[in-house]
Design a protein around this ligand. Structure first.
Ligand code: FEO
Length: 169
């Protein structure tokens, strides 16, 4: 059985992961407007991935005998000045999510909830990857600058990302 504190934290994170999907979907639309379909594709897949994260919390709450409580999702920003600004905002968002995961891990340790601890370990690893990926893309953007040719090449590369559904536990 899940404690009320963990149940509440997991429901809050279910909302946060869904907001992440919403944010990246909005970023994808902004990138489409910038005529960067490859970057837009990358971001749309990122949004799909976030929904798989939300789904993991959904499943976990139910598996532990808790109650899923869905709450309103905030509207994300809709305008960014450049592709670089989009990815800077993406990195800042992932850093925020890392903080949320760490806070939940602290709570799991405090509550001596080993199952929650095990479950959250996947997210701790995932956040390292999420931040590293955002930094890597920002690094590439730094190299090509705002040159049309460089952005065109990078856009092609970003267009190759495909969605791989995670293995369900
Ligand atoms: Fe659900 Fe981007 O972390």
């Amino acid at each position: 059985m899940i404690s009320k504190a963990i149940e509440q934290a997991f429901n809050k994170q279910l909302n946060a992961e869904t907001y992440s999907a919403y944010l990246y979907w909005s970023m994808s639309a902004a990138l489409e407007e910038m005529n960067l379909p490859g970057f837009a594709n990358w971001m749309r897949i990122q949004a799909q991935e976030e929904m798989t994260h939300a789904n993991k919390f959904y499943n976990q709450i139910i598996e532990r005998g808790g109650k899923v409580t869905l709450t309103a999702i905030d509207g994300p920003p809709t305008e960014w000045d450049s592709v670089k600004a989009v990815f800077e905002a993406g990195l800042a968002h992932e850093q925020l999510v890392t903080g949320l995961i760490n806070d939940m891990m602290d709570l799991a340790i405090q509550e001596k909830d080993h199952a929650a601890n095990m479950f959250l370990q996947w997210f701790v690893t995932e956040q390292v990857e999420e931040e590293a990926t955002a930094m890597e893309i920002l690094g590439k953007l730094e190299i090509v600058g705002e040159t049309t040719g460089g952005l065109y090449m990078l856009d092609k590369e970003m267009g190759q990302r495909v969605f791989t559904p995670p293995v369900e536990e």
